[in-house]
Write a protein that binds this ligand. Structure first.
Ligand SMILES: [Zn+2]
Ligand SMILES: [Zn+2]
Length: 424
């Protein structure tokens, strides 16, 4: 579409979206959501531009290769010691090159990074963190529950990969990233007090066993069926790929809800926001009302809520922690991990909650039509065919469990060990 193309239904004289000009700061605070944009903003390719999105906060976009996403926003929080970075992209040499380029544009080098913060355990967020820690001596901050199976793999790495292996590994890892959207831990519900976090070994001290269970392939899903239908050779390649690719992100500082971090010359509060993942962390700057929202609140897509976790209610955690961030005193600006800054955090939270209500309504309708049905059957009713698979099933499972615990659906196990649901 050209800069002057009209969208169908545009009223005469209505402001129309134009493609951003190179170097223009078109998406600063207060930019309206552009729902008429043909491509979701989270899908736009990474921009070369480095822009200041809040006082002392710059946005650097790194390319990622994941379905439905074109970039990840790496935020730089500047102070007189250098900078802290949040979510430094995928593992691998291409992302690393982009990061160095963006830092150079902003007048920094890798060595200027004193802190790296990872919002959650997805590879487009933690991929570069271990390397920054080792090359810059940076403090690596993540939630106390942060875990990736890659921590397990690190000690076995005993030689450096060739350039060819790296390139192949990077390609496979990127393709595999989508599949990493599970965590084997119990999904906690939000606690109002930090004290409530004490003494929960699942959340606070993930064991090797829990880490092993968080591998997204092999084994059974809680609702019956294969966790990931990946052929063994590919599985092996992926494990190899990811083992080669990075310094595992081993946090030097694990934080819990409500801790203060001094970044960009002021205090930020860590906000634990389980739901998308169990270890998801947002950062809030009460002085300026700025929320670094990670994948918890995105401007135009709804984050995946994984239902993996026995007997837990991931969707409840997610909905409750959406309310939590919407209610932050003075919240004015959301800085998401994908897409552009947005200025109505409570409004966006409301829209995401509505989406989940609608999905639950669809499940009820599908259940009435199908009668007793499995997670897979129901997921096929509420997701378009191109999205069928373990992600859709895991999200359907999260909704069904939430509804079961609320007494809105009945659940039982059939003769072959699969969970069956029926709307009450
Ligand atoms: Zn994520
Ligand atoms: Zn993400």
């Amino acid at each position: 579409m050209t800069a002057t193309a009209r969208q169908p239904g545009d009223p005469t004289g209505a402001p129309r979206w134009r493609p951003p000009k190179h170097g223009a700061h078109v998406d600063g605070p207060g930019a309206p959501a552009r729902s008429e944009r043909p491509k979701k903003q989270e899908q736009e390719p990474a921009s070369d531009d480095v822009i200041e999105v809040a006082p002392g906060v710059i946005r650097m976009q790194l390319p990622i290769w994941m379905p439905g996403l074109g970039h990840v926003n790496t935020y730089g929080l500047l102070d007189d010691r250098g900078l802290a970075v949040v979510d430094p992209g995928l593992p691998g040499p291409s992302s690393w090159r982009s990061l160095r380029k963006r830092l150079k544009t902003a007048g920094f080098k890798v060595k200027d990074i004193h802190t790296v913060i990872v919002t959650h355990s997805h590879p487009d967020h933690f991929g570069g963190a271990g390397r920054i820690k080792s090359e810059a001596g940076a403090n690596l901050v993540a939630h106390r529950a942060f875990t990736t199976w890659s921590l397990e793999e690190s000690d076995r790495r005993n030689r450096l990969p060739t350039a060819e292996e790296q390139a192949e590994a990077e390609r496979i890892a990127a393709a595999a990233a989508e599949a990493l959207d599970v965590g084997g831990e119990e999904i906690p519900t939000i606690a109002d007090h930090t004290d409530d976090y004490e003494g929960d070994p699942l959340r606070d001290n993930p064991t090797r066993r829990i880490q092993a269970d968080s591998v997204p392939w092999g084994g059974e899903t809680p609702w019956g069926g294969s966790k990931h239908p990946m052929p063994p050779w590919r599985r092996r390649m992926m494990i190899r790929a990811l083992r080669f690719l990075f310094k595992p992100p081993d946090p030097s500082q694990r934080v819990v809800h409500g801790e203060r971090l001094e970044l960009a010359g002021r205090d930020w509060v860590s906000i634990h926001t389980p739901g998308h993942t169990v270890d998801h962390l947002c950062l809030y700057d009460p002085e300026h009302g700025v929320l670094i929202s990670g994948d918890h609140v995105l401007p135009s897509i709804t984050p995946h809520v994984s239902g993996v976790g026995n007997g837990a209610d991931a969707l409840k955690s997610y909905l409750q922690t959406l309310d939590l961030v919407a209610a932050l005193d003075g919240v004015q600006l959301g800085l998401p991990a994908h897409g552009h800054p947005f200025d109505d955090v409570p409004g966006r939270v409301e829209a995401i909650k509505e989406h989940h209500q609608e999905r639950m309504q669809l499940i009820v309708e599908a259940s009435h039509a199908l009668g007793p049905a499995t997670v897979q059957d129901l997921s096929h009713e509420i997701f378009p065919k191109k999205h069928w698979g373990v992600m859709a099933e895991s999200e359907t499972f999260a909704h069904l469990e939430h509804m079961a615990l609320a007494g809105e659906v009945e659940r039982w196990t059939d003769g072959s060990g699969r969970l069956v649901y029926r709307a009450a």
